[in-house]
Design a binder for this molecule. Structure first.
Ligand code: F6P
Length: 327
């Protein structure tokens, strides 16, 4: 389907993720390649509301593919949740004569876009950018691979000191609603146990696993805890274990935003580049209100409605692996 799109805008919203810059670069270069004008919106939806919109040329995105964060900055906009905020955003898009928007972000970003498109006729298309990898409609989200590698490197370092002191560590990784980072980094880091929001924490089972490790004289033990795990995070779980097992020398380490920064991995740079081009080409093909994803190495478009309604399901069989591997 031919479209009248001549000028598009790109924005990043929600938690930043390594690889967002690669996607911005690809959107800009693919737009120029297709003779479109392209604008950057600063600080996500906040920038749409405030009219903080700047023209981008090819050189604007030089030397950014290797940089973490997002050159367009990001925000979690409360104002965009209001009818008035979305109207202001629409007025600014009209003022800047923008015909379509590429939004890079997660669940909140696409829920906002969906709501906006119920009220205003201006095509939005999404690129999944979140370290959490929790979006339906894509195997991987931008930033997940880099965040994982950061988490694994940190766990390896913690393992060294844990081993020197015969200690038990609880390492908290990001993911308030999703356990993908915990599951993958835990398996790769040789964790004794992994606690995630998708499965109810069985504290008795955890105690049994740890005691078994102690009895067989493991010189270090690591439990990876996802931020959103149901019994209250790493400190809380550590307290419970300490109360029961005084013989453990326990430490807690919260990895936090370290996982969100840093130079994107090769996989995230390629993913961002691929998704950025696919987003522009899809807009030109008349697609709207969809998220670009990659499933089984193919570009797949999923409606915002589906992407925000369903979560990517974690493979709970992988939790079994942890039990086997730490025996
Ligand atoms: O959604 C990405 C994420 O990093 C989550 O893993 C984490 O729970 C959240 O963002 C933290 O958000 P903020 O930086 O706004 O505190």
């Amino acid at each position: 389907m031919a479209t009248n799109i001549k000028r598009i805008a790109v924005l990043t919203s929600g938690g930043d993720a390594p690889g967002m810059n690669a996607a911005i670069r690809a959107v800009v270069r693919a737009s120029i390649f297709n003779n479109l004008e392209v604008y950057g919106v600063m600080r996500g939806y906040e920038g749409l509301i405030n009219g903080d919109i700047v023209p981008l040329v090819s050189n604007s995105v030089s030397n950014i593919i290797q940089r973490g964060g997002t050159i367009l900055k990001s925000a979690r906009s409360e104002k965009f949740r209001t009818l008035e905020g979305r109207q202001q955003a629409f007025d600014n898009l009209k003022k800047f004569e923008i015909d379509a928007v590429v939004c890079i972000g997660g669940d909140g970003t696409f829920s906002g876009a969906l709501q906006f498109n119920k009220e205003h006729d201006l095509p939005f298309i999404g690129i999944p950018g979140t370290i959490d990898c929790d979006l339906y409609g894509t195997d991987y989200t931008l930033g997940f691979d880099t965040a994982l590698n950061t988490a694994v490197e940190s766990i390896d370092r913690i393992r060294d000191t844990a081993d020197s002191h015969d200690r038990l560590f609880f390492v908290e990784v990001m993911g308030r609603d999703a356990g993908f980072i915990a599951l993958y980094s835990g398996i790769a880091g040789g964790a004794e146990s992994i606690l995630i929001p998708e499965s109810i924490t069985d504290t008795d089972q955890l105690m049994t696993t740890l005691e078994k490790g102690y009895q067989r004289k493991k010189s270090s033990m690591i439990v990876v805890v996802a931020e959103g795990e149901d019994s209250g995070g790493a400190y809380k779980v550590a307290e419970k274990v300490k109360a029961k097992f005084d013989h453990f020398d326990i430490r807690v380490s919260i990895l936090g935003h370290i996982q969100r920064g840093g130079s994107p991995s090769c996989a995230d740079r390629v993913l961002g580049s691929r998704m950025g081009i696919a987003a522009v080409e899809s807009l030109l093909a008349g697609k709207r209100e969809v998220m670009v994803g990659i499933i089984n190495n193919e570009v797949v478009l999923t409606s915002f409605k589906k992407a925000v309604k369903h979560n990517q399901e974690i493979d709970l069989n992988m939790m079994r692996m942890v039990e086997i591997l730490s025996a």
